[in-house]
Design a protein around this ligand. Structure first.
Ligand SMILES: [Zn+2]
Length: 370
């Protein structure tokens, strides 16, 4: 048994070493990592599909998501999800004591970009494929490519009918963000937009600003959403450049747990924004404004009895893709190896025991009858 366990750990570290070797920072391509994962399934004769990033119908050949499955049947037991991209290193490279893309072992500690967030957990999940097969479990794997850059890939998968590939009748989902292998069932959600202003003259600044605020307040009232505190901070960054406002502001809203705010928001945002644009034209016809959604993180609140009363602190402070699966109808929780405080930092590290603990946690959960 011990020997078997040692062999599995060796396998996990081998996969992790490979995953870490691909620089999948926000600004880089995730393709090599996606191909590696796709080959991993393909070489075991398991069905796998790649979904390239696409924006308004234009494909970006730099990034792709991977969907694969073990076992079959309309009714899946489990969905395991993770993101193949990582936080960047360019701002912090001078603080790294090792090469972030070369998994380095020091005693029981492994250093490398993404070992916590979240290539370590992905390596564990991949290493457990023979276990899932042996247990006759049917498991869907969804690996996205843009968690660190605004959650666009989960939105694209949604648009590309990934819901048709992942059965809605899946017992439960696990998003493998780092939680010290604890089960987390809740987090907040928010939506962030960026508005760019062009061609506003200095003496028109205050008027435009007033109009913008008035319309946002109106939207806020209409949707009965909580306005984020960040709204005021970000909006005050509307500054002058070359005598013109040629700047951008971001505003964001927190999701209420119910859906109503979202539907109202989607309906009213274009109406309010168009009216704002028309109003600015009265001030100066050369003013142009654009609106872009930057981030959309759905809130998570998994109240399935299977996951109740098993965690002292059930809430995480960060956003994940779990809310998307939850909204689709799959009860989803967050469980992953390692401690979140090491994520995004220089010298990101994980203990071998933490990987072991996550492996055991995954095995014991999947053995239980849902
Ligand atoms: Zn993450």
């Amino acid at each position: 048994m011990k020997l078997l366990s040692r062999r599995v750990m060796k396998k996990i570290i081998e996969i992790l070493k490979k995953l870490v070797s691909f620089d999948t920072s926000i600004e880089r391509s995730t393709l090599d990592a996606a191909y590696f994962v796709a080959n991993f399934f393909d070489s075991q004769k398991l069905p796998v599909q790649l979904f390239y990033k696409n924006h308004n119908g234009i494909y970006n050949n730099n990034r792709a998501s991977v969907i694969a499955s073990v076992g079959k049947g309309d009714h899946a037991d489990l969905l395991l999800s993770g993101h193949l991209d990582t936080y960047g290193v360019s701002q912090q490279i001078q603080n790294w004591k090792t090469n972030p893309f070369n998994l380095t072992r020091d005693g029981q500690t492994l250093f490398g970009r993404g070992v916590v967030d979240m290539k370590g957990s992905i390596a564990v999940a991949l290493s457990l494929i023979p276990f899932f097969i042996k247990q006759k479990l049917s498991v869907n794997f969804v690996f996205t490519h843009d968690e660190e850059g605004g959650f666009s890939s989960i939105n694209q998968l949604k648009d590309n009918n990934f819901y048709g590939l992942v059965s809605q009748k899946t017992n439960y989902g696990i998003v493998m963000e780092p939680t010290d292998s604890q089960i987390k069932i809740r987090h907040k959600g928010y939506r962030r937009y960026k508005v760019c202003f062009n061609g506003v003259l200095e003496n028109q600044k205050e008027k435009v600003w007033w109009l913008f605020k008035k319309n946002i307040e109106l939207l806020h009232k209409r949707c009965s959403w909580k306005k984020s505190k960040k709204f005021e901070d970000n909006c005050s960054s509307l500054t002058l450049r070359n005598n013109m406002i040629n700047e951008e502001v971001t505003f964001q809203y927190r999701y209420e747990i119910n859906d109503l705010g979202e539907r109202e928001f989607e309906k009213f945002l274009p109406i309010v924004f168009n009216r704002f644009c028309e109003e600015t034209k009265i001030i100066n016809k050369n003013i142009s404004c654009t609106l872009k959604e930057e981030i959309n993180i759905l809130p998570l609140d998994c109240n399935h009895p299977f996951f109740q009363n098993i965690s002292d602190k059930p809430i995480v402070s960060y956003g994940t893709e779990a809310g998307y699966f939850q909204k689709y109808g799959i009860p989803t929780v967050i469980i992953g190896a390692g401690n979140y405080s090491f994520a995004h930092r220089s010298n990101e590290c994980i203990q071998i025991d933490e990987l072991k603990m996550f492996k055991q946690r995954l095995m014991s959960i999947t053995r239980q009858r849902f």
